[in-house]
Write a new protein. Sequence first.
Length: 336
Amino acid sequence: MMDFFNDYRRLYLSALGLFLLLTTLVAIMPAISNQNNNNPLPTEKALSDAAMAGKALYVANGCVACHTQQVRNLDMDKVWGKRPSIAADYADEQRTDLWRNTATLMGTERTGPDLTDVGNRQPSAEWNLLHLYQPRAVVAESIMPAYPWLFEEKVELEEGDVEIPVPDAFRKGVKSKIVATEDALNLVAYLQSLKQAELPSAIPAPEFLYKREENTKTAAAGEDMGLDGVSLYAANCQSCHQANGEGLKGAFPPLKGSTIVLDDDPEILIDVVMNGYDARPEYGSMPAIGTNMKLSAAEVAAIINHERTSWGNNARKVSEEEVQKIMDLLKQTAKK
């Protein structure tokens, strides 16, 4: 035995052999098993060339340090995705190259929001570009750093330029045009590609655990089923239209004093919430937030009632039943 410990060659080779054996058993074989047993979901879409370039920028700029891409099976994670993440969500991820394995960017810290389904939650290119240029222009409390090097200033726009509608308060006296570089557009293309794939009907969706008690009251006319319209507005609308309902000049329209919001007939407002609206060139296009986030009639009622009775607005409240009828009518119209 002493001869073994005194012979450094045997000692080093034995340690190397044990290391290789454990690596094979603990890392390599489970990885091969995962690859063989977890195929990409059939609805998973491959990244475009622009999104692939954007993914590299996401890594290079350290976004993974503050953002996760994993929806845990906890009820508190419902805001980040339609279902908890599963292994198949990551089965189609490939190594960056031979030396770098940055395939899955699940992250370990959620300083900023999870981005698993951000392509559905916030698909607006205008919003994402402005958020990259100056996060506090759209979220006043944001602690995210700005990325101004992804943009350039120009006196005159050229063909193909994508101008960012930066509010005057964040221009620091600069009168030139703020234009997105190719890197900025690629990074946004990657963010827009982050969408949870739909599960095939044969695969049951995992459940969220530790669910909060659901309100089972029957709503009376004008009531919001106990839903918090302020919180729902903050989660789905505030990043563009702002907490004060005044929007951002040249970027997102105000809801304060809006004739659409105050209209006694809420059909147009509900249509905009569910199906989005393109108000360019005056404002950026609004995504179909209601449809993308699968908002219920009760949730839509709570949101628009908050909008219709806040910031000096004084329109009547609408009931869940009224909202549901209009939503059904919009679906029928879309099918024709």
